[in-house]
Design a protein around this ligand. Structure first.
Ligand code: PMP
Length: 415
């Protein structure tokens, strides 16, 4: 259990050193240098309580969920369902049966594309996405387009790389059936005003899916306040384990949708003549779920709640502002979009992003380079890729200083 007092309630101090102690990997070195982990948009590091939750679950309560009358199975089921309740509370869903456990953002979007697609869409129907989507919010819709002949409409960007709201409103027509857009860009670290985009769609009776993979670790996400019809995220980007994620869907929508996969647990009765399906959320959780992953994800959410998502957001915004200030002093620095607290994508002069990334790695700095699974956005900028530094609750101002010093050093080498 987490016993750490991370926030001093009297002084309201963000106790960064105490937080860092919870993440064992942050103590390691790479190439003889202290690890500076700035690849958090790809995946976050795991606190001890999450690592322990996995060991604890396998040590003390491991048994397949939902199917057993025996003690262990009931314990595992209890903890799995408590995990669902933790997630429900965290995103403020109305009912826990609106929380479906999946493998992650990618599977959640594929589930909606397949199931919403099979239930509601036909040839020539249209789905609106945007230029700044991750491939996992593009390709599932393209696969559906190949299968049943739907069409994709794409929201363009403004000159400063924000979603173009005016163009968005012109994309709707009598064929529009769904809008599926990202909350925060994984490339630019820009958060979109998705509530406005949802309201515009709802005024036309069109449901909206929000890809919250990059927003959920960095800000309060409230599905009822947003009035999102679907919202998806991955556990591993919010300090939880890999292989577990969430699909939130409004109950009345999920109830109408056909199952995604067939198998155990998602059925009520199976006869060779006809099978009837289980109620929510189990209708969408075929087979043995990753109950240990779900339990450990709930532990990660408890950890985030202990610190406070607003406190984390404030800290990360401070790091971002400071990093931007320092970066803007480096000649020929080009920053993409208007980052607001999770990630910064940049290029310096004509240094190839892979060269910059490789040299920074030698200094112990883990950043990501390339297209970040958002090739249409990279094409939009007409560049080979970017270098991306992305932040988490445990990063420090000193780490940003080391990053800036590292970039400056590489720039000098190329001069
Ligand atoms: N959407 C966004 C915005 C992302 O950043 C990512 C992960 N980079 C994904 C979707 C896919 O997440 P996962 O690989 O965990 O399924």
């Amino acid at each position: 259990m987490l016993t750490l007092q991370i926030n001093d309630t009297e002084t309201k101090m963000y106790n960064l050193q105490e937080i860092r102690k919870e993440f064992p990997i942050l103590q390691r070195e790479v190439y003889g240098k202290p690890l500076i982990y700035l690849d958090n948009a790809a995946t976050t590091q795991k606190p001890l309580c999450v690592i322990e939750a996995i060991t604890e679950a396998y040590t003390n309560v491991n048994a397949n969920v939902h199917r057993g009358v025996h003690f262990l199975s009931q314990k595992a089921t209890e903890q799995y369902e408590e995990a669902r309740e933790t997630i429900r509370h965290f995103i403020n869903a109305r009912h826990s049966n609106e929380v479906i456990f999946t493998r992650g953002t990618t599977e959640s979007i594929n589930l909606v594309a397949a199931s919403f697609g099979d239930t509601f869409l036909q040839k020539n129907d249209e789905v609106i996405i945007s230029t700044m989507e991750h491939h996992s919010n593009i390709v599932p819709w393209q696969l559906l387009a190949e299968r049943i002949g739907i069409k994709l409409r794409v929201i363009p960007l403004t000159a400063d790389a924000a979603l173009d709201k005016e163009s968005y409103t012109t994309l709707f027509n009598e064929h529009t059936r769904l809008v599926s857009i990202t909350h925060t860009s994984n490339v630019m670290g820009v958060t979109n005003p998705v509530k406005e985009f949802i309201d515009i769609a709802h005024a036309r009776n069109i449901p909206v899916l929000i890809d919250a993979a990059q927003s959920i670790p960095h800000k309060k996400v409230d599905v009822q306040q947003l009035d999102a019809d679907f919202l998806v995220f991955s556990g591993h980007k919010i300090y939880g384990p890999t292989g577990i994620g969430v699909l939130y869907g409004k109950q009345q929508m999920l109830e109408k949708m056909k199952p995604y996969q067939g198998g155990g647990e998602m059925i009520q009765t199976v006869r060779f003549e006809k099978t009837t399906f289980n109620e929510l959320p189990y209708k969408f959780e075929a087979g043995t779920p990753d109950y240990v992953g779900a339990i450990a994800l709930a532990r990660a959410i408890d950890f985030v709640n202990t610190i406070g998502i607003e406190e984390i957001a404030k800290h990360e915004q401070q790091l971002t502002r400071y990093a931007l200030e320092q970066m803007n002093r480096i000649p020929n620095m080009r920053i993409f979009g208007k980052p607001d607290g999770s990630a910064i994508s940049f290029l310096v002069g004509d240094i190839h992003p892979a060269d910059l990334g490789t040299l920074l790695d030698r200094l112990g700095i883990a950043i990501r380079t390339g297209h970040h699974c958002a090739q249409p956005l990279i094409d939009h900028f007409g560049i080979p890729g970017t270098v991306r530094a992305s932040f988490a609750m445990y990063n420090t101002i000193e780490e940003v200083d080391t990053l800036i010093a590292g970039i400056t050093r590489v720039v000098k080498m190329f001069a």
